[in-house]
Design a protein. Sequence first.
Length: 276
Amino acid sequence: MPELPEVETVRRGLEKRLLGQRVARAETRRKTLRIPLPERFAERMKGRRFEHLDRLGKYILAYLDDGAVLIIHLGMSGRFTLDENGKAPDGRHDHVVFIMEDGTVATFNDPRRFGLITMCREEEVESHRLLAKMGPDPLGNEFNGPFLADRLAGKRSPIKAALLDQKNVAGLGNIYVCEALYHSGISPKRSAHTVQGVRAERLAAAIRQVLDKALKAGGSTLRDYVQASGELGYFQHQFSVYGREGEACPKCDCGKSVKRIVQSGRSTFYCAERQR
């Protein structure tokens, strides 16, 4: 599943081409993705102008000139492609197409159909059922050690599970949690409520650092993800532990190798010597 860096990279790609542009027409190839598309969606999008593109966690928020907001989630395999030929593509999994007045074509492609596109009014964004319980964005100004410590206080689950809970921190997924825990020296098995003080400061800083590096690399391409431009992400070449079971720990001379365990049905990669 695309995580925060991949979603932010897609948002930036869309912003470059769609901001200030007006929709000449929209096409929908099916009525339902993960949830049904809005009623009369293609009709409602005709003539609309993209005023602002934002992101909360793994959701892209596209603000339109009539006060409506598109809420977009890429799901497991969703992606946007951008073309300049003014022609709607006819790919098997091209489910929603926006043809702009300047000839730009933005296509939402999703083979597994776990993604979604829905709509609300601007004043309803914060209370929308998909967004209302989201935690802070780790790239936001409010995210720091004390803020993270407060979110983790009293939580008895493993720290990895707590970080994956979108109500605690929005946008983190398996890859970047494994990497951030490694760089902060915190075991993924440690109880979340014990990550306070200096530990919380280290972890918050590591989360920001890992996300910043991933953004500069255009995200990570493992299976389906590509940028809106069609380019691949390259951060997978910088993984310290994710997917590196059995390889030597890159930051210590302990002679130990990266371990893999399963937590809540997901693979966790870490160094048992370095992370406590």
